[in-house]
Write a protein that binds this ligand. Structure first.
Ligand code: TXA
Ligand code: MG
Length: 365
């Protein structure tokens, strides 16, 4: 198959929409990551998506819509809480899980009786859905197991020759996938953390839980989002996260100076550990890379350190994380050591991805 490369102008989106109508697959930008789209109500389009990604077919797809009214066609019931969330966060990076209506094929939901629905805010995504006149099932447009694509170039690396077209809308804004919240349980439950945090949700709807299987990853706990159980986002090299131990700041500390002092001490301890690990592997002749925020790059061998956003700005870290993991593969890294990014506002979502990429390998110093 020859993959067409399209831009995000009107004519090109029309070409892409026609491909979707005809049952083909098109990768397109969203505000989170690039998606791999096909007609969500067509079992054969869903099957083609699984094949193109090399994805297990028990892992359900998210159905993308371009107006809230569509929810009432896709879901059997729409509780008040869903309406409240739709109003507060759509269009935007929130996916809701509801009982599915009969028109949604089991191929799309991986055999489940529920459906994941998302109304993306990216203009090209909205335009594609509207023009194709169908709902678009779209997982992230990566080969199963690889980091999600945040640029059209990443999509090309994984999907060239496997799908009909790729729309290039430039780098995405957010960089990690949507927050998924299950509204079929008594208490709304986050199945995948994302840019919209637990606190953001609680401010609107009150108590929200996080699926315990993603807080304490454990082979005996089965995450409710089937996709969360797979090793994922993983670079080819062995990734290890190095994180500082929580340090209690003494109660008699003078606020500003001392908290900065303790933060700096922690950063220095992490850097010492990473440098020791780096040097050991380097001496053994391995290719080693380091992931750290821009401000910490000077702690390390500059050439071998990839900057992942800025300290204390989770938004910049999320935007760069997957590209950094892909760069590790391009540069042939056999071992990768990463600082932790848990202390920023979307630290939960970032660490969920980073620790999955690391196969939960973490060292506390
Ligand atoms: O930001 C996003 O959500 C991106 C863009 C393209 O919209 N899409 C995305 O799709 O991340 P995907 O397929 O890579 O991840 C979907 C996740 C998987 O973990 C899947 O198991 C879960 O959603 N999921 C889908 N339907 C579900 C359902 N009915 N119940 C539980 N989990 C579901
Ligand atoms: Mg994915």
């Amino acid at each position: 198959m020859t993959t067409q490369f399209l831009s995000d102008n009107e004519q090109d989106i029309e070409v892409a929409a026609q491909i979707i109508k005809d049952g083909g697959l098109v990768a397109f930008p969203t505000e989170t990551v690039y998606g791999l789209g096909g007609n969500a109500l067509s079992p054969s389009a869903s099957n083609a998506i699984y094949t193109a990604k090399g994805r297990p077919s028990d892992n359900p797809l998210i159905v993308h819509i371009a107006d809230t009214a569509s929810v009432y066609e896709l879901a059997k019931e729409v509780p008040d809480i869903a309406r409240t969330l739709m109003e507060a966060f759509w269009p935007g990076p929130l996916t809701i899980i509801l009982p599915k209506a009969d028109i949604v094929p089991k191929e799309t939901t991986g055999g489940l009786d529920t459906v994941a629905i998302r109304f993306p805010s990216h203009p090209a995504a909205m335009e594609l859905i509207k023009r194709s006149g169908v709902y678009i099932a779209a997982p992230s447009a990566n080969t199963s197991g690889r980091p999600s694509p945040t640029t059209a170039k990443h999509v090309k690396e994984d999907m060239d020759g496997r799908i009909e077209a790729i729309i290039d809308g430039g780098p995405v804004g957010i960089g990690i996938e949507s927050t998924i919240v299950d509204l079929t349980s008594d208490i709304p439950t986050i199945l995948r953390p994302g840019f919209i945090t637990k606190k953001n949700l609680e401010d609107i709807i009150g108590e929200v839980r996080i699926d315990p299987a993603i807080i304490h990853p454990d082979p005996n706990l089965r995450p409710k989002a089937p996709g969360m159980k797979y090793t994922h986002y993983a670079p080819q090299g062995e990734l290890t996260v190095v994180e500082r131990m929580e340090v209690a700041i003494p109660t008699d500390a003078t606020p500003e100076f001392d908290s900065k002092y303790y933060a700096d001490e922690g950063a220095a301890a992490v850097a010492d550990t990473i440098n020791a690990l780096y040097n050991k592997k380097k001496e053994a002749g391995s290719r080693v890379l380091i992931l750290a925020p821009e401000e910490h790059r000077h702690f390390y061998n500059i050439e071998d350190t990839i900057a992942v956003g800025s300290i204390d700005s989770g938004i910049t870290v999320a935007a760069r994380l997957y590209a950094a993991l892909r760069e590790c593969d391009e540069r042939g890294a056999e071992f990768i050591y990463s600082e932790s990014f848990k202390d920023c506002e979307i630290g939960g979502a970032i660490m969920n991805r980073l620790l999955k990429a690391a196969g939960q390998r973490i060292i506390h110093v």
